[in-house]
Write a protein that binds this ligand. Structure first.
Ligand SMILES: [Zn+2]
Ligand SMILES: [Zn+2]
Length: 220
């Protein structure tokens, strides 16, 4: 069963993905489930709950902007405030029964970087992000292996066409969110899909800088 464990919706502030269209895209791509990981808000997930699609499991989650970089919080029902130190953010996620995952650790600006990942107690590392380069994903994969941590994967889609383009594939059947979390933590699943291309990397740099100016030099 394939799960895109990292997509964004309009509630992220930097995506055009309408929640309803997002769920339809998941059906079309044959996904078993999706985690709408909007920046610092569970609104995307909450809206999706009201418009469920048969066969698409909704995994609650949010992408938290900690002081040092992005952290994926799965299985949480409450937002974690942005801007906190990594350790505190991880603790708050775990305190509500969630799992804390280091998002795209090698990405410039928004990734935590290797040192920070090593110094904290993450439950898993995102090793295949559809918006990261193959090299950065390989480095994340090597880090997870070396640290003996399980892994997650997702497209990090901000636009409809890339929904499901990178995914986590469970080794066993999953019938509930708990099953998916257990599969992730087992480390027995696999990942698949695309990586960022060279041309996209160029475009992405320009987009980031333009948006950064637009936000008055604030990071996402
Ligand atoms: Zn991110
Ligand atoms: Zn993201």
């Amino acid at each position: 069963m394939r799960f895109d464990l990292h997509v964004h919706s309009v509630h992220s502030g930097d995506s055009d993905n309408g929640v309803e269209e997002l769920l339809d895209a998941c059906v079309r791509k044959g996904l078993a489930g999706v985690a709408i990981m909007d920046h610092n808000t569970l609104q995307g997930y909450r809206q999706a709950l009201s418009m469920q699609r048969e066969g698409i499991m909704l995994i609650p989650g949010v992408e938290v902007s900690s002081a040092q970089g992005h952290i994926l919080a799965y299985n949480v029902e409450e937002e974690v405030p942005p801007g906190l130190e990594v350790g505190e953010t991880v603790d708050l996620i775990k305190a509500q029964g969630g799992i804390a995952v280091a998002a795209h650790p090698y990405r410039l600006w928004s990734g935590l970087g290797e040192k920070v990942v090593r110094e904290h107690h993450f439950d898993a590392i995102e090793v295949h992000n559809g918006r990261s380069t193959r090299r950065h994903n390989q480095m994340a994969s090597a880090l997870a292996e070396e640290m003996g941590l399980p892994f997650t994967a997702g497209s990090d889609s901000h636009e409809m066409r890339t929904v499901g383009s990178a995914y986590f594939e469970s080794a066993r059947e999953c019938h509930s969110v708990e099953d998916v979390i257990r599969e992730v933590l087992s480390g027995e699943g696999s990942t698949g899909g695309r990586h960022r291309s060279r041309a996209e990397t160029m475009g992405y740099g320009v987009k980031c800088i333009t948006e950064w100016f637009g936000r008055g030099f604030r990071r996402m």
